[in-house]
Design a protein around this ligand. Structure first.
Ligand SMILES: [Zn+2]
Length: 515
């Protein structure tokens, strides 16, 4: 009997060949048999088609799986994970240490520290410079601008990754942040002077707005900031100067929540991984609580001309300094130093304040951070530089400073780029110490001022932020590890139920941190 026709079976082909060799062709098959064969052929054809379709589907699935597997793999091979950063800036020490620990090769300084324009040549391989095969550039925006000369590349298999977006520095100035967020409930009533003087003077008539804080345009680390009572002569003199560069006057939150009578703010760490229509951002589920080092008691005598910086300003750079004798003092509740982990602060707040709820705190905080990060990512300067921002995979670390009042409401104080991801040393700095490195972050050598007991806890925060940030770029981890469990996606206008669920989950983790 003729074999069942199966065009896809090698067996059938060889059988046909054999019959042909023996001189038998289809024409030789008797009619009756031929009919039966044709009939069988019809049903067999259907079966073939089915199996063909099945096989095509299977092939499709295999191809898709391969594609997915490829996109799930770390983007850069282990042998080509190089990075450049600044070796003489403590702000990058922790980053360099962590990347090295993860198996990356440190290629040293971004360029000559004495000639930063060299970076422009390096990016273009001019004047005998060459580029590494692949490179993670961990730099700030000023260097990021020079890196616009890097070869153009497609995002899919980019060989250069940069730790800064362009235009974000302009988005976080006091004036820009005020313009962006002045209608948000979490942003204190603010005015940009001199142009909004009339509006400010109108607002000053209200009993609720007795105290004001002045923020010069481009200050950082609390320099030049001062608090005033609205009735003080020095305040009224200052705001009436018509010809001066823009600065922000903001309502001062008089009832700041204190721990052990010390004022503090939350330093929250966020990461931006996409801007404009590619907006994507995350919030770390802990952070730092940064304290002032003089007990808080708002009074006309310690504002204005008699401004007490160490009472009102909670900035780390104001309080964690050599000549601040209160820094190493064993203070009520907060102890020596001026920095805790957020989780430690929340635990202390919960104990003392019946109004406090972890769930509300995290819900408010996620909303505040999502709105702020989204707004920064859409700022006009970021838009102007869209083409450059699209050219390479980028990310950027931010520090959002958030104050809580005695009703447990939270307010954004400022947003910072170029956030110091540096760790603290074991000892407090001492003005008598001769170690040249005895400064910003403390000291490893001098013992007179005592041990920074919270250094380990605070450094863990930085270490986790840096590690989770690197994960986000999927350069050395697979897709499944891209978003670490300590990073919360910051979704703008998130559905309330979804937000409640996220806040609940973070609260659980946050409570566990302190147990
Ligand atoms: Zn020292």
């Amino acid at each position: 009997m003729a074999p069942i026709v199966n065009e896809f079976s090698a067996e059938r082909l060889s059988a046909k060949k054999r019959r042909r060799e023996r001189g038998i062709t289809d024409a030789h098959t008797p009619k009756k048999v031929k009919k039966v064969v044709e009939c069988k052929n019809k049903s067999a054809n259907k079966e073939q088609q089915r199996s063909l379709k099945k096989r095509m589907r299977r092939n499709d699935a295999i191809l898709k799986r391969r594609e997915r597997e490829a996109s799930e793999e770390p983007r850069w091979p282990a042998r080509a994970r190089f990075f450049k950063s600044w070796t003489d800036d403590a702000a990058f020490d922790e980053v360099r240490m962590i990347l090295t620990k993860r198996g990356w090769t440190d290629l040293g300084d971004v360029c000559s520290p004495h000639n930063t324009k060299e970076l422009i040549d390096i990016a273009q391989c001019k004047n005998n410079h060459s580029l590494p095969r692949r490179c993670l550039w961990w730099v700030h925006e000023d260097d990021g601008r020079r890196l616009k000369h890097l070869p153009k590349e497609s995002m899919g298999n980019a060989r250069h990754c940069i730790s800064t977006f362009l235009g974000t520095n302009a988005a976080v100035t006091k004036v820009a942040i005020t313009e962006q967020l002045k209608n948000e409930a979490f942003y204190p009533l603010s005015f940009v002077l001199p142009k909004e003087l009339d509006e400010l003077q109108e607002a000053m008539k209200s009993k609720d707005n007795e105290w004001w804080i002045c923020k010069p345009r481009d200050d950082f680390a609390g320099q030049g900031i001062k608090v005033y009572k609205g009735t003080q002569k020095e305040f009224n003199d200052l705001i009436s100067i018509k010809k001066q560069s823009d600065f922000v006057v903001q309502k001062y939150i008089p009832n700041a929540l204190c721990i052990g009578q010390y004022k503090f703010h939350f330093r929250m760490y966020t990461v931006l991984t996409g801007v404009l229509d590619k907006y994507e951002a995350f919030l770390y589920n802990d952070g730092h609580a940064l304290f002032s080092t003089v007990k808080y008691k708002l009074d006309e005598s310690n504002v204005g001309n008699g401004f007490d910086t160490l009472m009102h300003l909670t900035n780390w750079s104001q309080n964690f300094v050599k000549n601040n004798e209160y820094l190493w003092e064993d203070k009520d509740v907060i102890g020596p130093g001026c920095e805790w982990a957020v989780s430690r602060a929340l635990h202390a707040i919960e104990k003392e304040n019946p109004k406090f709820s972890y769930e509300k705190f995290w819900k408010d905080m996620i909303k505040l951070c999502a709105n702020t990060m989204h707004s920064i990512s859409q700022w006009k300067r970021v838009k102007t530089l869209r083409a450059q921002n699209d050219e390479h995979p980028r990310f950027e670390n931010f520090g959002l400073d958030v104050l809580m009042d005695t009703d447990c409401n939270i307010y954004l104080m400022e947003a910072n780029t170029e956030v110091g991801l540096n760790s603290s040393m074991a000892m407090f700095p001492d003005e008598l110490c001769e170690n040249p490195l005895c400064e910003k972050n403390g000291c490893t050598k001098c013992y007179r001022r005592g041990k920074n007991v919270r250094a380990k806890e605070n450094n863990k925060v930085i270490e986790e932020v840096v590690n989770s940030t690197i994960n986000l770029m999927q350069l050395d981890v697979p897709y499944s590890k891209r978003v670490a469990s300590n990073f919360i996606p910051l979704i703008v206008d998130q559905d309330e139920k979804e937000l409640d669920a996220v806040a609940g989950k973070v609260s659980k983790m946050s409570r566990r941190h302190r147990k």
